[in-house]
Write a new protein. Structure first.
Length: 173
């Protein structure tokens, strides 16, 4: 929102001011005539009123309140976007559950998605942070798994090449 208002202010400053000489300089329209600060504030006022700020708050209130309103408006928009996304997930699940077969069974969720499960859990139910030793063991397990996967891939390629040579280059026959 800050960027949008900044761009808007920039366009307001660079656009012609209709309040001063109707934007005419020497009988021609001057696209570079700057707006006054009052014009910029006048132009921004409806945007902040749409965000929920009152006219009095905008003109007579704390000048830092506009930032708070902008941030609150942005948070509301993000929440609305998340809600729309969540509704889309439920619609997707509903449609997917209509087009299932034996090979690809899909059921509509029986309960709502757990969005903030850590908030609802008690302290005893929350996962405990891992100790340094547990993290090291997990890291070595991952490294071992990666090594074994690479080694098995290498061995499989060797066998594939060997099988190709033994049957005259015809594999899969």
């Amino acid at each position: 929102m800050d960027a949008e208002l900044g761009e808007e202010r920039g366009s307001l400053i660079s656009s012609a001011s209709e309040s001063e000489n109707n934007g005419l300089v020497g009988g021609k329209k001057n696209a570079a005539s700057p707006l006054s600060l009052a014009d910029i504030f006048d132009e921004a006022c409806p945007h902040y009123i749409a965000m929920g700020m009152t006219y009095d708050e905008y003109w007579r209130g704390d000048p830092w309140a506009v930032r708070a309103y902008r941030q609150a408006y942005k948070a509301k928009r993000e929440a609305a976007s998340f809600d729309a996304w969540l509704h889309g997930m439920y619609v997707r699940d509903a449609i997917a559950s209509c087009f299932t077969d034996k090979k690809n069974p899909y059921k509509y969720p029986e309960k709502p998605y757990e969005l903030f499960e850590d908030i609802r859990k008690t302290d005893s139910e929350r996962p405990k942070p891992k100790t340094a030793e547990e993290r090291e063991v997990e890291k070595s397990d991952m490294a071992f798994n990666a090594y074994m996967t690479a080694w098995m891939s290498h061995i499989n390629k060797k066998f594939a090449r060997k099988e190709g040579k033994e049957d005259g280059g015809r594999t899969g026959n």
